[in-house]
Each structure stands twice: as C-alpha cells, then as structure tokens.
Write a protein that binds this ligand. Structure first.
Ligand SMILES: [Zn+2]
Length: 128
C-alpha cells in the first residue's frame, strides 16, 4: 500500500485534495453537546493496528495487539466518505440529522499522515 512515507509529492497532493473535499470541519468543541455516542458505528472494536483484523484469528500480519478503536477527534464528513470509513472499520455516525460524523482514532498529527485516507483513496493515489 502506498502511504505518506512512500508516496510522491503528486500523490500527497491528491490525498490533500480528497481530504479537503470530504472532511468539512472539526467538531471537538461541540461533540459532547451533540450526544452522538449512542449512534456511533464501529465503535470500540479492538483491531490489529497493522492489518485492521478484528481478532487474532483474522490477523494476517501476525501482529494482532487488540488496539482499542476509541475516537479522539470528531469531524463532519461527506456521506460518501462516511460510508468508505465505515467499510474499513472506522468509528462513524452515518445518520445524524442528515450529517455524517467521523471519529478519528489518532490525534496530534496532520490528517494526511493517517493511513486511513491512504487506504480509502488508494486506487486514486495509485493513478495520481
Ligand atoms: Zn494484523
């Protein structure tokens, strides 16, 4: 898989464009008041941080460590992106008063560094 570390400048620009297009805004400041937690899908799944497997038997890389899938940041995202994120096991709320929310499980670095979006946009990246 192509990711931030082994990508070209053109591929990084592609990811930046996709992120800008489908992630609308950070809602950390208001998320507690929205009471979305009961609607979270894929919440708290313990996944392999390397291959995404949900248990030791499914782990293809042999590194299963049961990483806790806890959202640390929340964003309004496009419905399209929320569906893609759901498919790869990311915590999302796909229907919240017509909006979609993504719970990002890492924090403290640029979103473009997350493997998440390189996975979602991998086809586009390979053709970029
Ligand atoms: Zn694994």
């Amino acid at each position: 898989m192509i990711n931030y570390n082994n990508s070209t400048a053109k591929q990084k620009a592609h990811i930046d464009r996709m992120i800008e297009q489908d992630i609308y805004c950070n809602i950390n400041d208001i998320v507690d008041r929205l009471e979305i937690y009961e609607y979270l899908e894929n919440e708290c799944i313990e996944t392999c941080r390397y291959c995404g497997a949900e248990n030791e038997e499914e782990c293809e890389c042999g590194s299963y460590d049961g990483t806790y899938n806890e959202p640390l940041e929340f964003y309004f995202v496009s419905k399209w992106l929320a569906d893609r994120l759901y498919e790869i096991g990311e915590p999302v709320v796909r229907q919240f008063t017509g909006k979609a929310i993504w719970g990002r499980t890492c924090s403290g670095q640029a979103i473009a560094l997350d493997d998440t979006f390189w996975e979602v946009f991998q086809d586009g990246v390979q053709n970029a």
